[in-house]
Ligand binder design. Structure first.
Ligand code: NDP
Length: 327
């Protein structure tokens, strides 16, 4: 089997030469273990932070080690009760053709309910991030106005659709006209932040900001927020490739004067709510009224390019790499 390892820590933007593809021997599963063949692997912005090697809420990746992360695949051989050959499972196998996993760490997927790839997007970590951010962190309410940056990405596109269903007025931003058109088709007001500065687009004011981007957009949102507004601080992708820390928003004083609540969160702190999320959003994905859009790149060797593409807006919806056939 092949796997992708971190060859060197990226400086600035990640490059393909920061990674290497290597061959590893496969072995038979032991007691309680399962051999899984990956079909889809996930590339996610948080992986950039792990590549620095600095521990934050999670350990850094070691140079020379395979990149672990979300993956969906099929069981090839099982010595774990409850999993059989052919079952679809989601795992943390990461950027590999597949491998041996403790069966107890796998989530079995039912392909009759939703396409298995959605376990990495709308019905997986990104969708859950959007849901928990709105539901528990921001506690958004019917009638409020929310601004979502990075709105055409995996988390953002889930956030705008959930917020619409909860009765909010939704404004989203993204980096191309095609993405803006798609966001409008989802019933949101949308703008291209490369063409229209966020401070202009948000001039009417907002109650809540779902921040995926940080930087200038956070500054614009702090200006646009009404008194007692909230920031759901989810991520700041515009800063992930900085080689040294950049100054923050110049208008932090608004947090005091407008009595704003800025709440960061990490989705993995909320796993006890995952079942509630799937019960609510699962039926919407299953009946097709919730768009679980994906951008799918082909081939394990192209995983580093797909990852780098996240920082250039090359994805609409969830960015995935197909590394093997379905069947
Ligand atoms: P996305 O699918 O949104 O992909 C990244 C997108 O970010 C790109 O498509 C691009 O879209 C946009 N982008 C990239 N660079 C910039 C930039 N400099 N300025 C503005 N936009 C940029 O990724 P995810 O949905 O997986 O993640 C979205 C955010 O949520 C990230 O910040 C991530 O770290 C965070 N996150 C946080 C979690 C938590 O627990 N707190 C869990 C999961 C994700 P465009 O074309 O619009 O520029």
């Amino acid at each position: 089997m092949r796997e992708i390892v971190l060859a060197t820590r990226p400086q600035g933007e990640p490059k393909e030469s920061d990674f290497e593809l290597r061959e590893v021997d496969a072995r038979e599963p032991g007691d309680g273990e399962v051999l899984v063949r990956n079909v889809f692997v996930s590339v996610d912005p948080y992986m950039r932070g792990r590549m620095t090697g600095i521990r934050t809420y999670v350990d850094g990746f070691d140079v020379g080690a395979a990149i672990v992360g979300g993956a969906v695949g099929r069981v090839v051989a099982s010595r774990h009760e409850g999993l059989s050959e052919g079952d679809w499972v989601s795992s943390m196998l990461g950027w590999r053709d597949g491998g041996i996993v403790e069966g107890s760490t796998l989530r079995k997927l039912d392909p009759r309910v939703a396409p298995p790839s959605t376990a990495l997007g709308a019905l997986g970590m990104p969708g859950f991030t959007a849901w928990i951010g709105l539901e528990d962190v921001g506690q958004v309410k019917d009638g409020e106005t929310i601004y979502v940056s990075g709105a055409a990405g995996a988390v953002g596109s889930a956030a705008v659709q959930i917020a619409k269903r909860k009765g909010l007025r939704v404004i989203g931003s993204a980096g191309s006209e095609e993405k803006v058109e798609w966001l409008r088709s989802l019933g949101t007001e949308a703008f291209n932040y490369r063409e229209t500065p966020a401070r202009e687009a948000l001039a009417d004011g907002i109650d809540v900001y779902f921040d995926n981007v940080g930087g200038d957009q956070l500054e614009a949102a702090l200006t646009a927020l009404r008194p007692f507004g909230r920031v759901i601080a989810c991520g700041s992708i515009s800063r992930y490739n900085d080689e040294k820390p950049q100054p923050g928003p110049r208008n932090m004083a608004f947090i005091v004067t407008k009595r704003l609540r800025v709440q960061g969160f990490i989705v993995t702190d909320h796993t006890d709510r995952f079942g509630d999320f799937v019960r609510q959003v699962g039926p919407w994905v299953a009946d097709g009224t919730f768009e679980a859009r994906e951008t799918v790149i082909e081939g394990l060797e192209n995983v580093p390019a797909a990852f780098a593409g996240l920082f250039h807006g090359e994805n609409t919806g969830k960015m995935l790499v197909r590394v093997g056939p379905d069947g």
